[in-house]
Design a protein around this ligand. Structure first.
Ligand code: IPE
Ligand code: IPE
Ligand code: MG
Length: 236
């Protein structure tokens, strides 16, 4: 089957904890496996011709978890960045981060900064990692920036529109074409609300650590069958 290839794929990588619990392991083991899955899947996604990949790594709501799990995740980001940075650079993908820097440790922030700096000229694709990210936060944050400009007199109210709004978000990204959520949950959990306006949703029962190339192909197959009308009527 010839797949239609989405330009921007976004993934809510869910189910790490359940994956571990089902095996009698600590939830953190599931996160470790989840990081391995991300490495494999991301390589495949770009190989398929996708240009932009956004992933949900840590939400603004995830601070509600036990300190032990939060600390583990923060350390995992550091190890995963280190371990996979070589591969990312070799692929020529530009790494960017979306989210609010507050609450993240200097160690994590420095590692993020280093990755962004060293990949900023890469043109083979964009890897958008969402850490301490919330979709409503992103929109509020953009609104504040816009309001400040209006107050300063550098922006007219009538010049505020959908296209320019994009520039005030954490990163200026194309719309999401395909949004995948694993683990059987069918909700958006505050992920990329603006960019997902016309995304095709694909829900997989598979838990994130088990999501692989074959599973991504299934999502592509489903996406290929979707009829994207964007409000128009399809001419026969
Ligand atoms: C997703 O897996 C990873 C993060 C939220 C960081 P979960 O940790 O939410 O796994 P479940 O949903 O509890 O199984
Ligand atoms: C969404 O998953 C956040 C990430 C995948 C990082 P959650 O597991 O936190 O979402 P809820 O709590 O089920 O909505
Ligand atoms: Mg979850």
């Amino acid at each position: 089957m010839e797949y239609k290839i989405p330009n921007h794929v976004a993934i809510i990588m869910d189910g790490n904890g359940r994956w571990a619990q089902q095996r009698g392991l600590k939830r953190t083991k599931g996160h470790e496996k989840g990081a391995d899955a991300l490495k494999k899947v991301s390589e495949y996604v770009y190989k398929k011709g996708v240009k932009v990949l956004s992933v949900f790594a840590f939400s603004t709501e995830n601070w509600k978890r036990d300190k032990e799990e939060v600390n583990y995740l923060m350390n995992l980001f550091l190890t995963a960045f280190k371990k996979n940075f070589g591969a990312v650079k070799k692929e020529g993908v530009k790494v960017i981060f979306s989210g609010i820097p507050d609450k993240l440790s200097d160690k994590v922030l420095n590692a993020m900064h280093k990755m962004t700096e060293e990949t900023k000229d890469n043109e083979n694709g964009i890897f958008n990692i969402c850490i301490n990210y919330g979709g409503q936060d992103e929109i509020v944050n953009a609104t504040k920036k816009i309001a400040k400009e209006v107050k300063k007199g550098t922006l007219e109210i009538d010049d505020i529109n959908q296209d320019m709004y994009n520039k005030y978000l954490f990163n200026e990204l194309p719309p999401i074409d395909l949004l995948i959520r694993t683990s059987g949950e069918m909700r958006i959990s505050n992920f990329m609300l603006w960019q997902a306006a016309y995304a095709e949703f694909y829900f997989a029962d598979t838990l994130w650590p088990d999501f692989d190339e074959k599973e991504f192909d299934k999502a592509l197959e489903e996406y290929t069958k979707r009829d994207r009308r964007f409000g128009a009527i399809k001419k026969k």
